[in-house]
Design a protein around this ligand. Structure first.
Ligand SMILES: NCc1[nH]cc(CCC(=O)O)c1CC(=O)O
Length: 320
């Protein structure tokens, strides 16, 4: 009997989703005759220690995974469950993503105390979010709103809705589902108003690339459609930037190509990518269909670069 040591951040969300994945994997072990036990090891990451400044100022999303990856390479842990959107687009040598489980709703949602949706918020309402992607797109849609930073874990952000006098805060619906707090969701923000973050709503299961027996189990857990969608989004992000927090959004789904398209009738990936200026005065968006997620991610990024996306991203770096 082998014990798989699963590294996890100690936030409630990280521990909850790690626990949910372990439950799923235990069922798969029983069904397919794998002799594994699982044990959780908590790891504090730099991102967890620095909660008082915006992430973009301290170096972006890699901060939440680096210590976990080092522990994995050192053999102290065997596996980790990450929110895909917190994963840098390139993994270190020796590690691989063994599975993308079935994705949940990738949209952002609005949480208000009085049940108001995005169109009902009063003129000049204070809305809490520290995501440049969310504030850029929300400012483009409702230039009157005051977007203000709110950091911390989901639970502390929900508390700040009450304690810091926001009329609303913006969060990923996925985190609330996983915590069992979906009743806090007041309304969903449609993807055409606010395109989600790359990988939002999806998890990634990271392990060592030579851990063949664990990879065999993880292959059974992989959801091909979610994997393809996330691969297209992540390639898009990889072309535009290494993984820092900038106003970039993307969403891929599988669709049947329409009659007028060269791929008519085939099952294809539809990828929409977005780059916005921090103030929301420029929002560049492209949607393309394709069969190969990597090529499609590159094509959508290429279209946005042709339209000046890199200039916007340069400006964002200067602000930081
Ligand atoms: N940025 C932090 C983060 N990383 C993953 C989620 C939950 C959503 C997901 O799993 O995609 C959240 C919270 C949020 O953005 O509201």
């Amino acid at each position: 009997m082998r014990t798989i040591v699963v590294g996890s951040r100690q936030s409630a969300l990280a521990l909850t989703q790690t626990g949910q994945v372990i439950d799923d994997l235990k069922k798969l072990c029983q069904e397919h005759g794998f002799e594994f036990e699982f044990e959780v090891k908590k790891i504090v990451t730099k991102g967890d220690r620095i909660l008082d400044v915006t992430l973009s100022k301290v170096g972006g999303k890699g901060l939440f995974v680096k210590e976990i990856e080092q522990a994995m390479l050192a053999g102290e842990i065997d596996m980790a469950v990450h929110s895909m959107k917190d994963m840098p687009s390139i993994l270190p040598d020796g590690l691989t993503n063994g599975a993308v489980p079935r994705r949940v709703d990738p949209r952002d949602c609005l949480i208000t105390l009085d049940g108001k949706g995005i169109d009902d918020l009063p003129q000049g309402a204070r809305v809490g979010t520290s995501s440049l992607r969310r504030s850029s797109q929300l400012k483009a849609y409702r230039p009157d709103l005051e977007l203000e930073p709110v950091r911390g874990n989901i639970d502390s952000r929900l508390k700040k809705l009450e304690t810091e006098g926001f009329q609303a805060i913006l969060l990923a619906a996925a985190g609330l589902y996983r915590m069992g707090w979906e009743d806090r969701i007041t309304s969903y923000i449609p993807a055409d108003i606010c395109l989600p973050a790359v990988g939002q709503g999806a998890l990634g299961i990271e392990c060592r690339e030579d851990d063949e027996e664990l990879l065999k189990l993880l292959a059974l857990y992989n959801d091909k459609e979610s994997e393809m969608a996330v691969a297209a989004e992540r390639r898009f992000l990889g072309v535009l930037n290494g993984g820092c927090q900038v106003p970039i959004g993307a969403h891929a789904i599988l669709v049947k190509a329409p009659e007028e398209h060269t791929l008519a009738g085939q099952n294809v990936i539809q990828l929409t990518g977005m780059v916005g200026s921090p103030e929301g005065d420029v929002i560049l968006k492209e949607t393309l269909l394709g069969l190969d997620p990597v090529k499609l991610g590159e094509e959508v990024a290429g279209k946005l670069i042709e339209r000046g996306a890199e200039k916007i991203l340069e400006q964002v770096k200067e602000i930081d």
